[in-house]
Design a protein around this ligand. Structure first.
Ligand SMILES: NC(=O)c1ccc[n+]([C@@H]2O[C@H](COP(=O)([O-])OP(=O)(O)OC[C@H]3O[C@@H](n4cnc5c(N)ncnc54)[C@H](O)[C@@H]3O)[C@@H](O)[C@H]2O)c1
Length: 274
């Protein structure tokens, strides 16, 4: 059911790769809620993934950009304002990748060149995005910018590797830039810390099936799906959250406040050897 929450708003969605992507669901819901949007992803993801189909489905332009390139990001904001006819009201950063995770390098055996790439793609790209937008004054007053994070920024999760460091940096950038952009332009910046979700990026995390199951058993409301994450993003883009900024918002069915649940304890008991 649509509520018209984004009627008349213009947005940019970074990171829709295929129909499992969280950004894919956000793009669909943003249009359902009355927004006009552009989509962006890397040239290779546009060639290999399904984002062009999403662009056709939603009747919106797909703009290639490597989020580690400041110039590419400048172009996305410039072109989006031209295509959409004015300043941008909301942006989703839904981008993450770790070459160390991909290559199976353990946390105590990181390749530092790869670590730099992880941080650049998954966190510093957010700063670049914000700086590119601010320099063009591309975001409308009361605009809302959201990046997706994960609980491993606060607590160690086996297998999440250097992405944990990237998420900590991402959340810190949201606070630091949130102060500057809020004070000067009334633009709000938040991160949403989402439950484990079965997507292309999610499936790359070692032991993801167990992490997913564990979180499902621990969380009183169960894991939040990609669709539910999209609903939360829409609320954060809407005028209903005008005074929320510089926050890391847990969207995880209650996981962040839990220690042990009866559902997890029963499984643990079964597995005990004595
Ligand atoms: N899946 C989960 O369990 C989970 C949980 C919490 C947070 N998140 C976060 O949600 C976000 C979206 O991930 P997803 O799970 O939807 O997976 P996904 O694989 O569908 O999306 C990741 C996106 O990042 C893009 N990307 C990678 N390198 C890029 C670059 N250099 N420039 C521009 N884009 C680039 C990919 O093309 C892809 O579209 C990520 O930040 C991820 O860390 C995911």
């Amino acid at each position: 059911m649509a509520y018209g929450l984004l009627k008349g708003k213009r947005g940019i969605i970074f990171g829709a790769l295929n129909d499992q992507s969280i950004a894919w669901k956000v793009a669909q819901k943003a249009v359902e809620e009355g927004a006009v949007i552009t989509l962006s992803n890397t040239a290779i993801a546009i060639r290999m993934g399904q984002v062009k189909e999403l662009g056709e489905q939603l009747n919106c332009e797909v703009i290639p950009a490597d989020a580690t390139s400041f110039e590419d990001l400048e172009e996305v904001f410039k072109r989006s304002q031209e295509v959409l006819g004015g300043k941008i009201d909301f942006v989703l950063h839904s981008i993450g990748m770790s070459p160390n995770v991909r290559k199976g390098r353990a946390y105590d055996d990181l390749d530092y060149g790869m670590l730099s790439k992880t941080l650049d793609i998954s966190a510093i790209s957010f700063h670049k995005m914000l700086q590119a937008a601010k320099k063009q004054d591309a975001i409308a007053e009361n605009g809302s910018i959201v990046a997706l994070s994960y609980m491993a920024a606060q607590r160690t999760m086996f297998g999440y590797n250097d992405m944990a460091d990237a998420k900590s940096l991402l959340e810190s950038i949201a606070r630091s830039f949130g102060y500057v952009y809020g004070r000067e332009k009334k633009v709000r910046i938040n991160t949403i810390s989402q439950s484990p979700t079965m997507t292309t990026a999610g499936s790359g995390v070692s032991g993801m099936d167990k992490l997913f199951d564990f979180a499902e058993r621990i969380s009183p409301l169960g894991n939040a799906s990609a669709e539910e994450c999209a609903d939360y993003c829409i609320v954060m883009f809407s005028d209903l959250t005008r005074k929320v900024t510089m926050q890391n918002l847990f969207h995880d069915g209650g996981f962040a406040s839990m220690g042990m649940s009866v559902e997890a304890m029963s499984v643990y008991e079964k597995g005990m050897t004595k």
